[in-house]
Design a protein around this ligand. Structure first.
Ligand code: MLT
Ligand code: ZN
Length: 475
């Protein structure tokens, strides 16, 4: 550590107490690389404040000394948004000690959670009060609310409840200069000028540090019906989704598209996963209906809708979960696809969305491009089809030369994202920008929108200390 780095760490120690500042390499290491190990950062120190007042003092200090601050949650992001750069001149700010549920108002269907609360903790708190907090992600046991807010997380129930942005009533944010924005209102109606709070959602810590949020709750889910439906093609899955929404009075809570290769990889690589159907099919949809009334006949509705789809060839076969154990097994199959792909070997990931009605055509065109141009690639396109969001990933096919396959990352990304853009879609449906997609944002966002983003950044963070280099390149 250089002399002025040591001096800065000493000042941070003075503010927070010695046990709240990590500088030893071994202690800092878990905070300095991202979940996918795309980036290896360095930092002046890792700070672990215990209160909003401490976060405020810390940012005032960093603002005065022009030290870059990298907010850090559960470190489950996919785009390196929480990883410091390699300069060793930034401070990592972990929110993990701000982990209290401050209050829960059952009548208002809301709770206030601090940024370091793990998502599962918030779900549990809501459940214990006979309410539901519906954000649901594969990483819910370790991702933190601050990260969910800052990345505007999506996941498995967006179709019914929206993204994180839609689940927020109010925020408390520490601004770049240390001032605190107290906007934790639980109001559902509040038409008072610009919606300043919404700018922090999806900003990935580049405009300020979210320290707490007032979150929307919903009635507790007491009835579910879940099935894995085999379909001949993506178009049929989209048709099935519309039928299920119609037949269930819009009680579809998840609708996940799974390709055959998804079943093959999970059954091969993940213990305890099995194919519930007795022969292979090209595509599958994991469908779930959910209701708050325990007596709602969701199983009957689902079976009836699947039965008529089967008669008309929209569905080829289906496995309906008969117990909680069978339901968990179907979800395990879906949720282990990313891990199975990782275990399978080198992969190229694309988190794209197109209008739901265009999904089938997009998959056809993008798959044709892959089979012509990446013959050593294995396409694994799965995801939240109910929202038009596909994880259009490629793995190296058996026998492929790993380095040669990975070297094609840039042209493959370009072709897929160009096609997405042609379909009016997004190159980052739910994983955000971080450091990984800064160039893509510049490329696919209109100059007018980019100019507005830069103006907002300058207004909120004039010295550019908030998560430098993420979302927008340094100016
Ligand atoms: C998922 O939906 O499983 C993740 O968002 C995507 C992934 O892990 O590739
Ligand atoms: Zn996803």
């Amino acid at each position: 550590m250089t002399a002025d780095a040591a001096g800065f760490s000493a000042q941070v120690r003075e503010l927070l107490g010695a046990d709240a500042v990590l500088t030893a390499a071994a202690d800092c290491a878990p905070f300095l690389t991202d979940h996918r190990r795309l980036y290896q950062g360095a930092a002046l120190a890792v700070a672990l404040p215990r209160s909003v007042a401490q976060v405020s003092q810390l940012l005032a200090l960093c603002h005065a000394q022009r030290v870059g601050v990298v907010p850090h949650g559960g470190n489950t992001g996919y785009c390196g948004g929480a990883t410091a750069d390699e300069s060793g001149r930034q401070l990592v700010l972990s929110l993990q000690r701000l982990n209290r549920i401050r209050s829960l108002d059952a009548a208002n269907y809301s709770l206030i959670a601090e940024a370091g609360c793990v998502l599962a903790q918030v779900q549990r708190a809501a459940d214990e009060a006979d309410r539901c907090f519906p954000l649901s992600l594969g990483s819910e046991g370790s991702c933190q609310i601050g990260g969910n807010l800052s990345t505007n997380a999506g996941g498995l129930s967006v179709l019914r409840y929206g993204m994180m942005r839609d689940l927020v009533l109010g925020l408390e944010v520490v601004l770049a200069d240390g001032r605190v924005l107290p906007a934790l209102s639980g109001l559902r109606k509040d038409n008072t000028g610009y919606d300043v709070r919404s700018l922090f959602l999806g900003a990935e810590g580049t405009l300020g540090v979210i320290t707490a949020a007032s979150l929307r709750l919903f009635p507790k889910i007491r009835a579910r019906a879940t099935a894995l439906a085999a379909v001949p093609e993506v178009r049929a899955a989209v048709e099935l989704l519309a039928r299920l929404r119609d037949a269930s009075s819009d009680r579809v809570s998840s609708f996940e598209l799974i390709p055959r290769i998804g079943i093959e990889l999970t059954t091969r690589h993940i213990a305890g996963v099995s194919d519930p159907l007795d022969r292979p099919y090209p595509w599958y949809a994991l469908c779930e209906l959910a209701a708050s009334r325990a007596a709602d006949p969701l199983d009957a509705l689902l079976e009836e809708a699947l039965g008529s789809a089967l008669t008309e060839g929209v569905v080829l076969d289906a496995a309906v979960a008969r117990s909680e154990r069978e339901r968990a097994a179907l979800w395990k199959l879906r949720e282990s696809i990313p891990e199975a792909q990782r275990l399978h070997g080198a992969g190229l990931k694309h988190d794209v969305s197109v209008p739901v009605a265009a999904l089938a055509e997009f998959v056809t065109r993008a798959s044709q491009w892959v089979s012509t141009n990446v013959p050593d690639g294995l396409l694994i396109a799965y995801g939240h089809a109910g929202d038009g969001n596909l994880h259009f990933n490629l793995s190296a096919a058996p026998g492929a030369q790993r380095e040669r396959f990975l070297a094609r990352e840039e042209p493959v990304r370009r072709a897929i994202h160009d096609l997405v853009s042609e379909f009016g879609g997004s190159f980052s449906a739910e994983h955000g920008i971080g450091r990984l997609k800064v160039g893509e944002l510049e490329r696919y966002t209109s100059p007018v929108e980019l100019a507005l983003m830069r103006a907002v950044k300058r207004a909120f963070d004039p010295h550019g200390i908030m998560n430098p280099g993420k979302v927008l390149r340094d100016q």
